[in-house]
Design a protein around this ligand. Structure first.
Ligand SMILES: Nc1ncnc2c1ncn2[C@@H]1O[C@H](COP(=O)(O)OP(=O)(O)OP(=O)(O)O)[C@@H](O)[C@H]1O
Ligand SMILES: [Mg+2]
Length: 413
């Protein structure tokens, strides 16, 4: 952690603890700036002490509080440098791996997860599997471990931004730019899938772009907290994010999630990149999930008319609700992406769409036959009822006549 970070945390803490006001902290910062200009750099602790805002023993306690709150920067073998970001699940720090003298990124799990035995087991298992992968488009997993009761995941440090950063500024990607990124990520997924690893959380926040424009898939091998459905609902409950990219089968909580879940999420990510909109938008996370399950996708070229028909078709097949209607492998998907890149039609998507139409036709025909059968069944049912009513009415009339005749015949007393 840098001096600047320690200072900003200390600045907040002294105000929170009513030891001084925002203005007084600002005064200290001004003093520090003046001293720095004179070549005499001071930390905020020095300035607070010099101004008499805190006593040495108060300062010691404050420093202990900061230290306790950041046990993660005491991971043996690493020197913590600065916080890179935080997501729903963890905090990511930039650090120096001392043995190899290189920069790495370390994701530190919160205590809540570190205390969950079942999760920690999965965390190590998947971490080890991810460390065996080696691909230029996957953020390399380096190490997993535990220090001071916190579990951590060490990975390659990527200097760059995420796809989410750009989308959140309201910028969209041209078809060509998006294709270039998605093809790299699809290649990374193909590599992982062949080795039995499913990502399960492909989304713009997990795609990093290096300064040289190389796309890298992050969080590969980072076990999710629980079954996907539970995790999604927990995220939703905690307002940590909305499941905009999750596949229908993950929402349903199916257990045999396979590579096609990643294909769906990659399709949803592509959709967002080229249209500026997530595929399904709704006021609550559960309404978004409901739409993934039930609502027909608005074709991306209806939102951005500059998109080619080919791209729209590929996305449609990637995001089919039923996974058997999606691509059967990343290889088939890549064939289509390459074709679209060259301006040719996506043949694999056409085959899938044609097959889908045939099945629909067959289903439609069968349904119509069934409807006719049901209709004729109900027609004959109605006829039977009519006949029964006629026979019954006839019988009643006859019975009535017989009674009258008998009454006429009997002597009146
Ligand atoms: N290997 C890395 N190199 C550099 N920065 C990273 C790396 N991994 C993550 N980051 C940064 O840390 C931030 C937090 O990452 P994290 O995976 O914890 O959450 P997220 O993916 O952004 O969101 P969520 O938790 O909602 O999935 C990222 O947005 C990114 O800016
Ligand atoms: Mg992430």
């Amino acid at each position: 952690m840098t001096e600047t970070n320690v200072d900003s945390i200390l600045g907040k803490l002294v105000v929170d603890k009513n030891l001084c006001t925002d203005n007084e902290v600002q005064q200290c910062l001004d003093v520090m700036q003046n001293l720095a200009r004179q070549g005499k750099p001071h930390s905020l602790s020095d300035a607070l002490l010099a101004q008499g805002y805190v006593t040495p023993s108060q300062l010691k306690r404050l420093q202990e509080t900061i230290e306790e709150a950041r046990p993660s920067h005491r991971i043996p073998g690493y020197q913590m440098l600065e916080k890179l970001g935080a997501g729903a699940m963890a905090v990511v720090f930039k650090a120096r791996q001392l043995s190899l003298d290189r920069e790495v990124a370390i994701k530190v799990l919160p205590r809540r997860l570190s205390e969950n035995r079942e999760y920690v087991e999965r965390f190590y298992k998947e971490g080890r599997a991810a460390a065996r992968l080696n691909h230029n488009n996957i953020v390399q997993a380096i190490d997993v471990g535990e220090a001071s009761g916190y579990h951590y995941f060490v990975m390659e440090y990527v200097k760059g931004t995420t796809v989410y950063d750009r989308l959140s500024r309201g910028e969209i990607y041209s078809e060509k730019e998006a294709l270039d990124i998605i093809i790299q990520i699809a290649d990374a997924l193909g590599h992982a899938h062949e080795r039995g690893l499913i990502h399960r959380d492909v989304k713009p926040k997990n795609i990093m772009i290096t300064e040289n424009g190389i796309a890298k898939l992050a969080d590969m091998g980072l076990a999710r907290e629980a079954a996907d459905q539970v995790a999604a609902q927990m995220e939703a409950g905690r307002a940590y994010g909305t499941p905009y990219y999750i596949s229908p089968e993950q929402i349903r909580g199916e257990l045999d999630i396979d590579f096609r879940a990643d294909i769906y999420s990659l399709g949803a990510t592509f959709y967002h990149m080229v249209t500026g909109k997530v595929p399904f938008e709704a006021p609550t996370p559960s309404a978004v999930m409901h739409k993934h399950l039930k609502e027909i996708l608005v074709p991306p070229d209806h939102i951005n008319s500059a998109l080619s028909v080919g791209v729209a078709e590929v996305i449609e097949v990637m995001m089919a609700k039923k996974r058997s209607d999606r691509y059967g492998s990343i290889k088939m998907l890549m064939e289509d992406w390459k074709a679209v890149q060259e301006g040719s039609p996506p043949l694999q998507a056409h085959q899938k769409l044609d097959a889908h139409v045939l099945v629909d036709l067959e289903k439609g025909g069968a349904e119509r036959d069934q409807e006719q059968e049901t209709a004729s069944e109900s027609d004959s049912g109605k006829l039977g009822l009519k006949m029964a009513i006629i026979i019954l009415s006839g019988a009643l009339v006859i019975a009535f006549l017989v009674i009258i005749i008998l009454l006429n015949k009997s002597p009146i007393t």
